[in-house]
Design a protein around this ligand. Structure first.
Ligand code: URP
Ligand code: ZN
Ligand code: ZN
Length: 465
C-alpha cells in the first residue's frame, strides 16, 4: 500500500482554507489533520504552497474534426496534468447509425487508452438524433456517461441538431437524470450573416465575429430555456460568451427554470480585436461562439463571481495554425473552430482571477475543480479534498512568475492564444491518485495511466449556486 504525506500546506477547497497535512494511501485521501505523524513512503514539504484539488476540465475536444482537419489527440493530455488538471471530460462524437455507448467505447479503445495521462470521462456528442438515441438516453447513466451535447449551431454540418431533436432529448433526459448540454447559437442567423459578410468582401478572420454577434447566442439560449421549460428538464449551456446570453440564464434561473451554464478561460480574458490582426494571425482566435468586447468580459467575471455561471472550461481544440487554420485562408467560414487552452486554464484563471483580485481562492476551486466534478457526477471522488476522495492534488506555488509561451508548452499545437501573457503561480507538484505525475512544469508520470471515471446522473442541481 503506497502512501504519500504532504505536510504544512495551505489546503483550499470550494468552501474552506486552512493549514494542514494530507495523507494519501493507495490512491485515496486517508487523513487530513494538523501535524500528522504517520510514516509514509513519500513525504512532500508544502510549506508556503497552496494545495487544491486536481482541476477538472469538463470541456475538451481531443481528435475533433472540422471539415477535412482533425486536431491533436490524447497524446497531448500530459499538457493538462502539468498545469494542474487531473481529470478531463472529453466530447466523443456519435457515429451515424451507432449508439452513443458504442461510439464512446470505440473512441476510447482507438484514441484514448494507452495515451491518457489524466483520468477521464466522456460526453456523447449527438450526430444521429433518431428515436434510437432518445431511447438510449434512458440507459446512458448505466454506462457512466450521464451527459450529451447537441449542437444548435453549425447549419449544414453533420452534428447540427434542430429544435425537435433538442426538445426530444430534453424530454427523454428527465427520468434518467441525463444532462443535456447545448452549443447555443442560432444556425440560420449565422448562415445568413456569414454569406452577407463574405458578399461585402470581408473574408478575413474578423468576419467570424461579425457574423456571430451576441444576438445569435442570446436567441439560442432563450430558445433553449423555453425548450427546457417545456420538457421540464434542466439544461446546461456550454461556453457562454455574451452578456445577453448570461443574463437570460441568470433571469430564467431566477424564475425557476433549471438552466445552468459555464464560460471558458478565453471568453473571460481575450477580446475580439485579436481576430483583427494582419497576416492571418487572427485565425488563431477563431472559436465559437466568437470572442467579445471588454464589456462582455467584465459581465462574465461578475457572473462567475456571483454564481450565475457555474464553471470555467477550456473548450480545448488543438488545431494548428500553419496547416489546419489555413484551410480558411480564403474565407473565415472555412477556418476550423476552436483554440487550445487545456494547459492554460488553471494558470490563467489563477493569474487573471485570483492574483488580480477578481475572484477568491475558494471561487477558483469551485469553478475549476468542484463544480465541474459535480456537474458530471464525479463529486466527491473528484473535485475536492476530503477523506475518501481520490488523491488528485495540486501543490501550487503562488510565488512563481513567468511568461506564457508556446515554446514552453506541451500541448503539441503550433501556437497558444495566451502568448506573451504574464503567469502568476504554477503547479509545483501534481498528484493523480497519489502518484506524482508532474513537477515544475515537467510531466513525470506514465502516459496511459489515466483511467475512465464513470459519471453519475442528476449532475445539475441547485447546489451549484
Ligand atoms: O470553436 C469551438 N468551440 N469549437 C469546438 C466545438 C464547439 O463548438 O465546442
Ligand atoms: Zn460548442
Ligand atoms: Zn467545445
Amino acid at each position: 500500500m503506497k502512501s504519500v504525506l504532504i505536510q504544512k500546506g495551505t489546503i483550499l477547497t470550494a468552501s474552506e482554507e486552512y493549514k494542514g497535512d494530507i495523507l494519501i494511501r493507495d490512491g485515496k485521501i486517508e487523513k487530513i489533520g494538523l501535524a500528522l505523524d504517520d510514516r509514509a513512503d513519500t513525504v512532500i514539504d508544502a510549506e508556503g504552497k497552496f494545495i487544491f484539488p486536481g482541476g477538472v476540465d469538463q470541456h475538451t475536444h481531443f481528435n475533433f474534426t472540422f471539415g477535412d482537419s482533425t486536431c491533436v489527440g490524447w497524446e497531448s493530455s500530459d499538457a493538462a496534468v502539468v498545469s494542474g488538471t487531473t481529470t478531463v471530460i472529453d466530447f466523443a462524437n456519435q457515429k451515424v447509425g451507432w449508439t452513443i455507448k458504442d461510439s464512446v467505447d470505440s473512441y476510447e479503445e482507438e484514441k484514448v487508452k494507452g495515451k491518457a495521462c489524466c483520468d477521464y470521462g466522456f460526453h456523447g456528442v449527438v450526430f444521429d438524433p433518431s428515436e434510437a438515441l432518445f431511447e438510449e438516453i434512458q440507459r446512458l447513466p448505466e454506462y457512466g456517461i450521464p451527459t450529451i451535447k447537441l449542437f444548435m449551431a453549425y447549419k449544414g454540418h453533420p452534428y447540427h441538431c434542430d429544435d425537435d431533436s433538442v426538445l426530444k432529448a430534453l424530454q427523454a433526459s428527465v427520468e434518467p437524470g441525463v444532462t443535456i448540454m447545448v452549443h447555443a447559437e442560432n444556425a440560420e442567423m449565422i448562415d445568413v450573416l456569414q454569406k452577407q459578410t463574405v458578399a461585402k468582401g470581408i473574408t478575413a478572420p474578423i468576419g467570424h465575429a461579425i457574423s456571430r454577434p451576441p444576438e445569435v447566442e442570446a436567441e439560442a439560449v432563450q430558445r433553449a430555456a423555453y425548450l427546457a421549460k417545456l420538457a421540464g428538464a434542466p439544461i446546461y449551456i456550454v461556453h457562454v460568451t455574451a452578456k445577453e446570453a448570461m443574463e437570460i440564464i441568470r433571469n430564467e434561473y431566477g424564475k425557476g427554470t433549471g438552466i445552468f451554464g459555464e464560460t471558458c478561460t478565453h471568453y473571460l480574458t481575450t477580446t475580439m480585436d485579436r481576430l483583427d490582426q494582419p497576416n492571418f494571425e487572427g485565425a488563431k482566435y477563431v472559436c465559437s461562439p466568437a470572442l467579445r468586447t471588454q464589456d462582455h468580459l467584465d459581465a462574465l467575471w461578475e457572473a462567475v463571481r456571483k454564481g450565475w455561471l457555474n464553471a470555467v472550461s477550456s473548450d480545448h481544440v488543438g488545431f494548428n495554425w500553419a496547416v489546419h487554420k489555413h484551410a480558411g485562408i480564403d474565407s473565415f467560414i472555412n477556418i476550423p473552430n476552436g483554440a487550445p487552452g487545456l494547459e492554460n486554464r488553471i494558470p490563467v484563471m489563477w493569474t487573471e482571477g485570483v492574483a488580480k483580485g477578481r475572484i477568491t481562492r475558494q471561487k477558483f476551486v469551485e469553478l475549476c475543480c468542484t463544480n465541474p466534478a459535480r456537474i458530471n457526477g464525479l463529486y466527491p471522488q473528484k473535485g475536492t479534498i476530503a477523506i475518501g476522495s481520490d488523491g488528485d492534488l495540486v501543490i501550487f506555488d503562488p510565488d512563481y512568475r513567468g511568461v506564457i509561451s508556446n515554446a514552453n508548452s506541451l500541448h503539441r499545437v503550433d501556437f497558444t492564444p495566451y502568448e506573451g501573457r504574464e503567469q502568476i503561480g504554477r503547479a509545483d507538484t501534481v498528484l493523480l491518485r497519489g502518484e506524482i505525475v508532474a513537477e515544475k512544469g515537467k510531466y513525470v508520470g506514465q502516459a496511459g495511466s489515466g483511467t475512465f471515471v464513470p459519471g453519475k446522473p442528476f449532475g445539475l442541481s441547485y447546489e451549484l449556486r
